[in-house]
Design a protein around this ligand. Structure first.
Ligand SMILES: CC(C)(COP(=O)(O)OP(=O)(O)OC[C@H]1O[C@@H](n2cnc3c(N)ncnc32)[C@H](O)[C@@H]1OP(=O)(O)O)[C@@H](O)C(=O)NCCC(=O)NCCS
Length: 159
């Protein structure tokens, strides 16, 4: 039986992390690798909610850190499925810095992560189609299709 379509809103995943000294470099800014780990976690939960199975990270598109987040500030993450393919989903994760005391926020980084759903026998399995809830979802899906085309081409060329 084919999995039932699900809207992106059913799997939106939000996380907030407090930046401690153990997360930071000598300048007091959170390590890029730490942010990446939180992004991977946020996307993994989002993917699992959509797919209804465990899902593994297959790839992460390029990411550029726009503004740092410092010790004592908050890192807010939001993951959303942009497109569902056969056994994979693309998740957009947006990361925002927040100064808890003032409420000021700023963009930190954004990336697209591809997760592959893994079925009970340990191989990729079909994912539920994504049911659009409006023009914003359509636009996200169209952009995701273009990124997938580029990704598949790059993957084929590297073999
Ligand atoms: C991801 C993984 C399951 C894909 O397995 P595979 O045998 O290559 O499977 P397939 O070639 O049939 O591809 C399955 C899907 O993965 C996608 N995929 C595979 N590698 C990908 C990559 N590098 N980037 C994006 N998508 C990828 C394919 O496009 C396909 O998607 P679709 O079914 O929606 O069209 C496998 O490579 C794996 O287990 N990798 C390690 C994952 C892991 O351990 N992650 C944790 C971090 S190290």
């Amino acid at each position: 039986m084919s999995p039932q379509p699900k809207p992106p809103s059913a799997s939106v995943t939000q996380m907030t992390e407090y930046v401690l000294p153990t997360h930071a470099n000598a300048m007091g800014n959170v390590f890029g690798g730490q942010i990446l780990a939180w992004m991977d976690l946020c996307a993994a939960m989002c993917a699992e909610r959509h797919c209804g199975t465990i899902a593994v990270t297959a790839g992460i598109d390029e990411l550029a850190f726009e503004h740092p987040v410092k010790i004592g500030q908050f890192v807010r993450l939001e993951g959303r499925v942009t497109a569902a393919f056969k056994s994979s989903v693309e998740i957009e994760v947006r990361v925002t810095g927040e100064d808890g005391a003032t409420g000021v926020t700023w963009p930190c980084v954004k990336a697209y992560l591809t997760f592959v759903a893994i079925g009970p026998v340990g191989v990729p399995c079909p994912v539920p189609p994504l049911r659009s809830e409006g023009p914003d979802d359509e636009a996200r899906r169209a952009a995701a299709e273009e990124r997938r085309t580029r990704r598949l081409r790059a993957r084929a060329e590297s073999r």
